[in-house]
Design a binder for this molecule. Sequence first.
Ligand code: NAD
Length: 327
Amino acid sequence: MVVGGERVWTSACACGGGCVPLFFFDHTFPTPPHPKPVDPDAGADAVVAAHAAGINFFDTSPFYGATKSETVLGGGLRRLRRDDYVLATKVGRYGADEFDFSRARVAASVVDSMRRLGVDRLDVVHCHDVEFAADLGAVVTEALPVLADLKRQGVVRAVGVTGYPLPTLQRVLDAAPAGSVDVVLSYCHGCLADRSLAPVAKKWAAAGLGVINASPLSMGLLTARGPPDWHPAPPHLKAACARAAAAAAAAGVDISALALRDSLALDGVASHLVGCGSTAIVAANVDAALAALRPPSEAEAAAAAAVEGVLAPVRGTTWPSGLPQNA
Ligand code: NAD
């Protein structure tokens, strides 16, 4: 991925702290908050274990776990050399319904995040879930200029935007001054159930942007366990994904490994941010990412064909996200 004008090697498979793997919350969106008993040491150990397994890119946000994700991630990162990992956090989203992309809040947010993470510089700072901004213009006229200043000071290496609706991300990119956005993070659009990121990622990458594909398991839709209760997908998509998981299992293959293989094949994507609820899941996903370098086995090919039959009719189904005026 190109970060701040330099080529930076991020592992294809990276760790997100939203779901918190390692770091406390069951998933990206704590709505309603459902903190688990916090064991910062176990969280820090898991960060170090993920790094030892080859993951060098960590993503978090002050929103995740109401800042706990950053604190526990920081506990692990303090045990690593700063030059040995790439670290992304976010500004602008602080609660399920709390958004603030103003200059003052963005500047303070970066300082607070660095303190929690125990670092004096950040590789990527994203404007988080821009489709919820009450004034989308403020992302461009307030948040991005503050982040550009921090980039000039060497505190931030690259600036990004994140969100679910691809057209809204494009609107921000179109409105942003040239060079003010380096990275775009899209989620749930680069997966077995929705490949709409594919052409967009190619276009963005060709324009020099670093493209991050988050939620390759579509926030749990593409897992044997299924999605959490709050998952916003319509019922028919949830039902199809459950059938797909069963079809994969019948062929002796885990739907998550199949889904990761599918996402990793996307052109133009620098890194895939997979949620890792435990060190065991980190290990499973590293194994799946390595297996994806080899041609599929007979069982995997059979599972892929069965899953294709189930998901093709619903592929690309989306759900609403954000304020109507930002669509
Ligand atoms: P995901 O879709 O890959 O994972 C979803 C769920 O599946 C998680 O609960 C995870 O524990 C579980 N899982 C992962 N691998 C598994 C496996 N092999 N077997 C069984 N279950 C498995 O990703 P996600 O959690 O939705 O997102 C990953 C990260 O991406 C987040 O933590 C966050 O850092 C980032 N993200 C950012 C945004 C944003 O900026 N708007 C949105 C979504 C995600």
